[in-house]
Design a protein around this ligand. Structure first.
Ligand code: FES
Ligand SMILES: [Fe+2]
Length: 342
């Protein structure tokens, strides 16, 4: 008991900002949501039920039935686009209203279950979190993969570990760690640009092919890392294999969800565009997926053990980190409003 309390306490103190920045976050993979069965999900230390309405669009409600508290996502059925409680059969529509209560003389009165703003994009179900319950203020990007290339099915990786979305997204602008953590042999100057809700960093890099299980050569090209709010990061690389003269295009979509205070889950989809050499894509993609798993686990080793320093000793080589941290304050509008009010 003491250990648990001590751990929660240290998570609360670990980051000097709120645990859940305002953003879109992925709750689960879209194809985990079976049309006939309710799906449980968890984020922001809360429980949700996910299901598909009659029009097949996805609905997300607070999970616990107002009758006697059963979790609608554990054993609940979906009938006519409504979720049916597994305990005594109360039914709820996508907007959270109770539409049937078997055995009751009239429909129970009371607040509907909270219904969350949802999107289904990039193979995931997303919900909008805001600290003051306001409506979404921006949208997730549409197409991410270059439609001019052929992208065979992606591979998936899932990781859960102690961290915070802002700490994970900071990785995108930290060009300094690419050589040490990700085994790149050279890393050029990076250029980062920010918008209201996103950022993009571009740099040139060289990496030994040994990282992909083929010793003796080097790949060189560009890496573009982008973030959309605090819940989505993408890494696009175009690397040239000089001996053969072909470009290898890879694209990693990484959603970052604060599951609990101080704990995040990453859902990664790893894509590689079809190579012009017959039969090579499958093998190359397998090596790339293995390299991504090694890379993400190396990052996680840092994230899970790192102390967040509010006043780090930055050098000229870390220029972007200070800018990133100032920019990231916009995802905590209540803190910003309190500071502005003095
Ligand atoms: S707890 Fe849901 S119907 Fe009774
Ligand atoms: Fe990294």
């Amino acid at each position: 008991m003491f250990a648990l309390t001590a751990m929660n306490h240290s998570n609360l103190l670990r980051f000097p900002f709120p645990p859940f920045p305002d953003s879109w976050y992925a709750l689960c993979w879209a194809n985990d949501v079976n049309p006939a069965v309710a799906t449980p999900a968890r984020a922001f230390g809360r429980d949700f039920v996910v299901f598909r309405g009659a029009d097949r669009s996805v609905r997300v409600l607070d999970a616990h039935c107002p009758h006697l508290g059963a979790h609608l996502g554990h054993g609940g059925a979906v009938v006519g686009g409504e979720v049916v409680c597994p305990f005594h059969g109360w039914r709820f529509s996508g907007d959270g209203r109770c539409t049937a209560a078997p055995g009751a003389r009239k429909l129970p009165v009371g607040k509907p279950l909270r219904s969350w703003a949802t999107r289904e994009v990039h193979d995931r179900i997303w919900i909008w979190y805001s600290s003051d319950d306001s409506a979404p203020t921006w949208e997730l990007p549409g197409t991410l993969l270059d439609p001019g290339l052929k992208w065979p099915t992606s591979e998936r990786l899932v990781r859960t570990f102690p961290s915070h979305p802002q700490d994970v997204i900071e990785n995108a602008v930290d060009a300094g760690h690419f050589q040490y953590i990700h085994g790149m042999s050279t890393v050029g100057d990076s250029e980062t640009s920010y918008t209201e809700h996103g950022l993009t960093t571009r740099l040139r890099a060289t990496t030994p092919t040994a990282r992909f299980g083929v010793p003796g050569q080097s790949l060189s090209g560009t890496i573009t890392a982008s973030a959309y709010g605090m819940g989505l990061q993408t890494i696009h690389t175009v690397m040239r294999l000089p001996k053969i003269g072909i470009d290898i295009n890879t694209f990693v979509i990484e959603s970052v969800t604060p599951r609990e205070r101080g704990e995040v889950t990453l859902l990664l989809s790893v894509h590689m565009a079809r190579l012009p050499v017959p039969g090579a894509t499958w093998l190359a993609k397998r090596s790339f997926v293995n390299a991504v798993a090694v890379d993400v686990d190396a990052d996680i080793q840092i994230w899970r053990n790192r102390q967040y320093l509010d006043r780090p000793r930055l050098t000229a080589a870390d220029g972007e980190i200070g800018r990133y941290r100032s920019w990231a304050k916009r995802f905590y509008p209540r803190v910003e409003a309190r500071m502005a009010a003095g």
